[in-house]
Design a binder for this molecule. Sequence first.
Ligand code: GRF
Length: 202
Amino acid sequence: RRIAVLISGRGSNMAALLEAAAAGGFPGEIVAVIANRPGAGGLARAESFGVPTRVIDHKAFADRAGFDAALDAALAEVGAELVVLAGFMRLLTPGFTEKWLGRMINIHPSLLPSFKGVHVHEQALAGGVRFSGCTVHFVTADMDAGPIIGQAVVPVIPGESPDDLAARTLKAEHRLYPAAVALVAEGKARLEGGRTIYDGDA
Ligand code: GRF
């Protein structure tokens, strides 16, 4: 399966995916990394793996629909079959999410459905939870609310800072995301009737 990875920043999850793909036995090929910010640190990292990169600067577009149309065109050009959001900090229009429904996934650094959006680790610590973690899900029009594909749990250490929790959660993300992307790329987890179906499910 031809995979495009979308980033906005440093791209550590993207790098984890590139490493998994480079290690062999991975059921997909990362054919492009696309950033919506020219300064995204992950671009140089992707290039160091020899993966073609593109920037589609959202600031060059009058509205979300214009940006999404350019993104869709770029995905068609690279022949993407699966779109993987990795720290992609931009809401996508319902038309775009509908088009890619079941073929676009995201990782979020909380145990969804708790703590959607931004400042996730502040939210988790303020909520007093004993366990946080990360979630991979299919992308739908509603932010951080699509059907869940996989999760990993990270215990909260009493008194730790949001940055500490973020750093430990990120390590869990780097293990979870390649495994979850592989499941979807192989068709072992797929979206059917609004929920995730796994191979072996009745
Ligand atoms: C990750 O915590 C991801 O879950 C969240 O933003 C962060 C991106 O980090 N959506 P990176 O760019 O993958 O290093």
